[in-house]
Ligand binder design. Structure first.
Ligand code: SF4
Length: 214
């Protein structure tokens, strides 16, 4: 039995903590999906497609959501019947089909806007320093999971070819985004950026080395 004298490993207790947060997120996802008349997988697909004007393949959707391809195919077919998504031939590879959000799909996502977001509210009570520390810890965790092949590349600054970490001596805004040609701070690091462009592996490794050391 765990006691203060014989604690379980810190990694185990962090996992327990993350699992509690996951329960809150899942329960909110259910409420948000229900408000849109969808199940959580269908709702998550709409969220994934939002901000991806070019759309995504069924394979991408399955990979990003961590579901099987048949599950993604079935969910996308249900969304298509409701006119919330459309499929069209990819502009990059005519042999593949991209799934895109429709206007009705965007409206369905907004149906959940009024659902209280208790996790964001709780995060809002942290100090600015704690928020920034948490954000960078999350980026680091996601990067480790990507490196382990547990999740696909996310649209984070640290894997973006436009990211120039610690390009400036200004401690408030040390980083540079070449896409918008502007300096930005540690607290502005993106986890999901629609302008992200994946850097090649060697650039990603070099960028991470500079960012992590800083
Ligand atoms: S384009 Fe987006 S992901 Fe890339 S560096 Fe700029 S803010 Fe970060």
């Amino acid at each position: 039995m765990e006691t203060p004298k014989t604690p379980t490993a810190i990694e185990h207790r962090i996992r327990e903590g993350l699992s509690r947060l996951d329960s809150v997120l899942r329960s909110e996802d259910w409420v948000r999906a229900r408000a849109a008349g969808l199940n959580p997988t269908q709702h998550a697909i709409l969220e994934y497609l939002a901000g991806r004007a070019e759309g995504a393949t069924v394979r991408d959707v399955a990979f990003q959501l961590g579901v099987s391809q048949p599950t993604a195919t079935e969910s996308i077919a249900a969304l298509e019947r409701k006119s919330l998504v459309v499929k069209h031939a990819s502009t990059v590879d005519r042999r593949t089909v991209d799934v895109c959000l429709t206007e009705a799909g965007s409206a369905a996502l907004m149906a959940g806007d009024g659902v209280p977001d208790v996790l964001t509210q709780a995060t809002g009570t942290l100090s600015d320093g704690d928020k920034e520390h948490l954000l960078i810890t999350l980026v680091t965790m996601i990067k480790r999971l990507q490196d382990a092949g547990a999740i696909p590349i996310q649209r984070m600054c640290v894997s973006c070819r436009h990211f120039r970490p610690y390009a400036y001596a200004d401690t408030a805004k040390p980083h540079h985004c070449a896409f918008v040609n502007a300096a930005f701070g540690q607290r502005d690091i993106r986890i999901e950026c629609r302008d992200h462009s994946t850097a090649d592996p060697s650039l990603q490794a070099a960028t991470w080395g500079v960012f992590h050391k800083g």
